[in-house]
Every structure is written in C-alpha cells, then in structure tokens.
Design a protein around this ligand. Structure first.
Ligand SMILES: C[S@@+](CC[C@H](N)C(=O)[O-])C[C@H]1O[C@@H](n2cnc3c(N)ncnc32)[C@H](O)[C@@H]1O
Length: 272
C-alpha cells in the first residue's frame, strides 16, 4: 500500500480549515491577486480552482464575475468554503468535494484553471497535472503555484534549521530538488508533459506579519498537517528545544519586532 504523508490525507485538513485560513489568508490573497492579474479574468468565464482550501482565489474570481467551481478533497475545507461564500454573499461560486488526481469533470470545460499549494502535495502529481490540463479548453490558461525552495522560503528555512537544532538527524520529506516543483525546470517539464503547449514562470514574494515568535511556533501544528506529524515525532524536550531555537533565530534576525514571515512562491502559467 502507498504510504501517504499527512498532507495527502483529506482528514488531516478537515479540522484545519479555519486555522489555515486565518494564518495564511494574506499569502493566499497575494498569490490569488497576482494570478488573476497575470491571467486576466472576464465576467462569465468558467474557472476551476483545484485544492481550493479556504478559496481565496475562487472568491476573488467569482467577485470579478466569473463562474467558478472550487474543488477540494477535504469535506471540512469544502464545508468551510461554502460557509464563507454564504457569509460574504459571493455569487457564481460552487464548491465540490473532489480529488484533484481524478476530476469528475468533462474534458475541455474551463477557460482558466488554478491550483495553489495543492498539486505539489499530490502523491500522483503527474495525474493531478494531467487532469488539470484535460478539463481546460484548448487555448485556456492554467496556473499552478508552488514554493520556490527553502532558500527563498524564509520562514520555512528558520523552521528547518530549528528542527535540525532540536533533532540533528531530522530530514525534511519531499525536498529533493531533482524531483520537486521547487525546481523550475522540473515544474515546466511536468506541465508540458501534462499537455500544456507553453509555460512561463513568475516569482512572488509575500511577507505576512505575526505578533511574536513565541506565539507563532505553537500554532504550526494547527495549520499544517506536516508540522503536526513532525511535532508528534518529537519528544517534549525536543519540541521545546525547537521552539527555543526558532524564537532565538527570529529574534536574532528581527529583534523585538515588528515581525514578518517571508515566503517565496512560483506561479507557473501554461497555455493548453
Ligand atoms: C496548503 S492548502 C492550499 C489551499 C489553497 N489553495 C490556498 O492556496 O490557500 C492545500 C489544500 O489542498 C487540498 N488537497 C490536498 N490533496 C488534495 C487532493 N488530492 N485533491 C484535492 N485537494 C487536495 C487540501 O485539502 C488543502 O485544502
């Protein structure tokens, strides 16, 4: 049986929707706005958001007048987004529970497809990309967002070095740049293999503020299934050592604040 990491299990996300949304709303919103401005959206266009999560992109696209379908394999995320859609009074946005590797959708249906920080998690990424391209109309645009790698991913590199301090034999999963979407050559090649005829890459840096390193690190497990597993595998004293190292590193770079967590992401936009 295939071993799935926690971010590849829908149940890991079910209870995290609200916390994920609260923590990542700034980042998701900046990416969504960039992607919308790169692709341009006109009223009436049919748009698909794969692994939509709390739906930052879907909501903005629907508010711009597009006809949007948001899909996510987590029932909890889908319920949360339906609720948020109602709360905000957003029209033209439907939400369905669906696996991005096996979309229950017709070929050649959408003008635009988008997926942020979702396809990069799929155990069968090739199937995810193939499905993503299949449902686009010929000439349609598909944008996939992934992290650029630890170097540019500021907060993540602090987390990794704090983990190494707490547990020297710690090895992060899925970061081998020969196969990962952090490598732009791999990213482009996989999109072309999936059926896109040309692909361009755009880099986006996002900084979100946080109140203090002491209150930030205990929340990692609430918003990230992967971090929850990492924390579970640490002893209490290793977890505390991680927290201490994280706080020390943030304070050595940013003193007593104001604090900002930096992320770097790549938007790969392909034409089918
Ligand atoms: C890191 S969140 C990104 C959410 C959103 N796109 C954003 O940028 O804020 C990852 C999302 O991918 C979803 N997901 C993971 N694997 C999936 C799959 N195979 N099919 C559909 N959704 C998936 C999770 O449920 C979660 O909502």
């Amino acid at each position: 049986m295939t071993q799935h990491n926690p971010a590849q299990q829908s149940t890991s996300w079910d209870s995290r929707a609200a916390a994920y949304d609260k923590e990542n709303a700034t980042t998701s919103d900046v990416i969504a706005r960039q992607a919308l401005s790169i692709m341009g959206v006109t009223p009436g266009q049919k748009i698909l958001d794969v692994a939509a999560g709390p739906g930052s992109f879907s909501i903005l696209a629907a508010q711009a007048g597009a006809d949007v379908l948001a899909v996510d394999f987590s029932q909890g995320m889908a319920d949360y987004l339906r609720d948020k859609t109602r709360r905000l009074g957003v029209k033209n946005l439907r939400v369905e529970v669906m696996d991005g590797q096996d979309l229950k959708l017709e070929d050649d249906t959408f003008d635009i497809a988008f997926s942020a920080l979702g396809i990069m998690l799929f155990p069968d990424r090739a199937a995810g990309m193939r499905e993503f391209c299949r449902v686009l109309k010929t000439g349609g645009l598909g944008a996939i967002v992934a992290f650029t790698g630890l170097e540019g991913h500021g907060i993540q590199s602090l987390v990794m070095s704090a983990l190494k301090r707490a547990k020297p034999d710690f090895e992060p999963a899925g970061q081998d740049p020969r196969y990962s979407l952090t490598n732009p050559d791999v990213f482009r090649a996989e999109m072309l293999t999936a059926g896109f005829s040309s692909v361009n890459m755009f880099t986006v840096r996002v900084v979100r503020s946080f109140e203090s390193p002491e209150t930030l690190w205990p929340r990692f497990a609430e918003t990230s299934p992967a971090m929850a597993t990492v924390f579970n595998d640490l002893t209490d004293s290793q977890r505390q050592a991680f927290g201490d190292a994280f706080v020390e590193q943030v304070r050595s770079k940013q003193g007593d604040g104001p604090y900002g967590a930096e992320n770097e992401l790549r938007i790969a936009v392909g034409v089918k």
